[in-house]
Design a protein around this ligand. Structure first.
Ligand SMILES: Cc1cc2nc3c(=O)[nH]c(=O)nc-3n(C[C@H](O)[C@H](O)[C@H](O)COP(=O)(O)O)c2cc1C
Length: 461
């Protein structure tokens, strides 16, 4: 596949190539072959019922074939409520029916040498949309829909939204209602159970989705959490939702690395500060998080830092330094497209892994080109946000500089044949405890630690 329709010259860095970016790293017990990750992007290639079809699978396979060490999916709906309030198309993983297409996805990524993380979301809260636009959206606080003007958006997003009615409708959220405590506990447990399903589907890593004004973030922020119960008010209470979610996921998947994605700060007056988010990160690390992936910004109302233009993402490595100083686990930083700077920043200890979103939309072979001394062939993302505008419009991304984006299904080199002799037939993720109090097995049944226990069985119900 050729992506070299247009390239920006990149000179070799320090004479030693890109040794820092290309060196392996461990998250939890899992070795990732290099420091280049596909940043989570809901690329909207799944179908309306959350299944990965050939285009979705081939898209990930292309990035794995291109040498990316860790591929993180876009937000995967990890509860029924999350799936009900997602207006676009995301992957789903909350019942056994979702396993089949996810298994095909993880197998393909593994075949091409990558590791894959499921970015599991418990819900979008006030940033959710349902097909019934009259429906109230479950969120920390009632009566707090979001709304943003196009001038709050980066230039090119605003341009895309001006040109497309469907994209413009993201400017307004639906009316919210307050989640009850029972509902919170129900969704947390369902979420932990869904993370087990993701492990059964062959994902190597679970990433808890908590950045950009989504549900966990909404509970943290005083701007979106006005509750007066144990989940609102003082700082300790506002952290309760995300801390509990992490504890339950950690319990549910004890043998799988679990990361978390958060915003480094909120960039709103009175919103979450960097110091507070470092405190959040430390609390999550203490609860077993194996990495912290840093993005930035308050969400839809402040997307400038979510998918920034060059000048707005420049400062992110510097805010990451403060997280790195405080944390022991690896830190992923988004949007650092320039490999020379990324390599130098990793060498300087500013962060550990470079998470690339749109840059891997435009050039899936970024990592291989670095490894083969072909850095000058890397096609650089212009941050024009055509990809994002198309995703918001509901039609899947395309890129002016990568004619293959969205057409990966037609690349026969990304298909795989019959299973090879000796190929692993069961994903090595177990054993995992029962999330719902039902016993998974009778005590007399010997559990073979080498293999999975069948989900929710054997044993009485
Ligand atoms: C189309 C699109 C979808 C995105 N979806 C997600 C998502 O599902 N979860 C998430 O944490 N970030 C999401 N992001 C943010 C990216 O992970 C990333 O932080 C951002 O694009 C900046 O990195 P980049 O400059 O390399 O694209 C999305 C970005 C884009 C462009």
């Amino acid at each position: 596949m050729s992506t070299a329709s247009r390239s920006t010259k990149v000179k070799a860095g320090d004479g030693k190539g890109f040794g820092h970016l290309l060196s392996p790293i461990k998250i939890g017990g899992l070795e990732i072959k290099n420091r280049i990750a596909l940043s989570p992007m809901n690329e909207t290639f799944s179908d309306g019922e959350g299944r990965a079809g050939e285009q979705c699978i081939a898209y990930f396979a292309a990035r794995a074939r291109g040498g990316t060490g860790l591929l993180v999916t876009g937000a995967v709906m990890g509860t029924r409520t999350a799936a009900k309030f997602v207006w676009g198309r995301n992957l789903y993983c909350f019942n056994e029916g979702h396993l089949q297409s996810l298994v095909l996805l993880t197998e393909r990524v593994h075949y091409f040498g990558g590791k894959i993380a499921a970015q599991m979301t418990i819900g979008f809260g006030r940033q959710g949309h349902s097909y019934d636009h009259e429906e109230l959206v479950p969120a920390p606080t009632a009566g707090l829909p979001y709304e943003f003007g196009l001038d709050a958006q980066p230039r090119f997003i605003a341009g895309g939204m001006r040109r497309n009615e469907r994209a413009r409708s993201f400017g307004y959220g639906q009316m919210t209602r307050e989640m009850s405590i029972e509902e919170i506990h129900h969704d947390q447990r369902e979420f932990a159970n869904s993370c087990q399903l993701a492990v059964l589907a062959g994902f190597d890593v679970i990433e808890v989705h908590a950045p950009h004004g989504y549900l966990e973030h909404q509970f943290l922020s005083p701007l979106s959490n006005k509750r007066t119960d144990m989940y609102g008010g003082e700082w300790h209470n506002r952290k309760r939702f995300i801390n509990e979610a992490m504890e339950q996921v950690r319990y549910a998947v004890p043998n799988t690395p679990v990361g978390v994605r958060i915003s480094a700060e909120e960039h709103f007056e009175g919103g979450l500060t960097r110091e507070e988010m470092i405190d959040v990160a430390l609390g999550l690390e203490a609860r077993g998080a194996d990495y912290v992936s840093l993005s930035d910004g308050g969400g839809y109302e402040e997307a400038g830092h979510l998918v920034g233009e060059e000048d707005r993402v420049e400062h992110i490595p510097d805010s990451a330094v403060d997280f790195k100083k405080a944390l022991k686990v690896p830190v992923i930083v988004a949007s650092q497209h320039d490999p020379i700077k990324a390599d130098a920043d990793i060498a300087a200890g500013k962060y550990d892994i470079s998470g690339l979103g749109r840059q891997l939309f435009v050039d899936p072979d970024y990592a291989t080109k670095l490894a083969e001394g072909r850095a000058e062939e890397i096609v650089r993302c212009t941050r024009c946000n055509t990809c994002l505008a198309r995703c918001l419009a509901g039609i899947g991304p395309a890129c002016p500089n990568n004619p293959w984006l969205g057409r990966e299904y037609a690349d026969q080199g990304l298909m795989i044949g019959p299973r090879r002799k000796g190929e692993k037939l069961l994903p090595p993720g177990g054993p995992m405890p029962a999330v719902y109090g039902r016993p998974w097995w009778k005590p007399e049944i010997t559990i073979d630690e080498e293999h999975f226990r069948p989900f929710r069985g054997p044993g009485p119900r």
